[in-house]
Design a protein around this ligand. Sequence first.
Ligand code: GSH
Length: 259
Amino acid sequence: MVRKKAKRAAKAKPVKAKSKAKKTTAKARPIDLYYWATPNGFKISIMLEECGLPYVMKPVNISKGEQFNPDFLKIAPNNRMPAIVDPQGPGGRPISIFESGAILQYLGRKTGKFYPADERGRVEVDQWLFWQMGGIGPMAGQLNHFKHYARETLPYAIKRYEDEVNRLYGVMNTRLADRPFLAGKYSIADMACVGWVNLWKRQDQNIDDFPHLKRWLETVKARPAVQRGMALGMELRQGIDMKDPKVQGVLFGQRARAS
Ligand SMILES: N[C@@H](CCC(=O)N[C@@H](CS)C(=O)NCC(=O)O)C(=O)O
């Protein structure tokens, strides 16, 4: 059922992002977005919506193992979504990109939006983007695993990641005490973080302990492009039980595969 829906969605007509932002490319050909509705996927759907770039969502149902499809692996050798193919890449030729941070930087350079061109401004954004990639993303991901999906309850592991997420929330809260967004102006760094902080309840955190972070979360989530980006493909996830041994068999215990 979900697969049928996913296939229908894959054949769907190009989505013209609804952003009112000035379009950067006349007659832009749509970008293929390989995607599943998770905080890592949201980073790119949000950016595409914010930039008003046309795109076609190609669902990668990770609970069914579609991330291992040979055609997908050619684009994303790490068997993880998101990934994109831009038919109008550098030199007018197609380019494929995996890793959400690299995709955000590419789209920022391509459009000149949400990623400053001056070196100081760019470094500000990069620091917080990489902080997300190496910090809040993986730590919250591990917390989610041990807290919600692990077959054994491991209090040590849960506490370790809960503490670390709490520490990272504190870092973000301090950073946001004297500026509206992580790098001053709204940028790809904020887009990278919002899907993760939005899960504060599930991470057993109390957002009221972090007033600046709370204000930031509300501000970012109020943006229509963020709302559209975080709603994309949610319907495809309905009815999937992450505790189903078949699903867990696909997602957990992955080891190197013979090439
Ligand atoms: N560092 C990667 C992480 C992407 C990632 O972990 N994606 C997950 C979903 S949130 C995935 O595709 N998982 C498939 C799997 O575990 O096999 C990025 O930021 O693009």
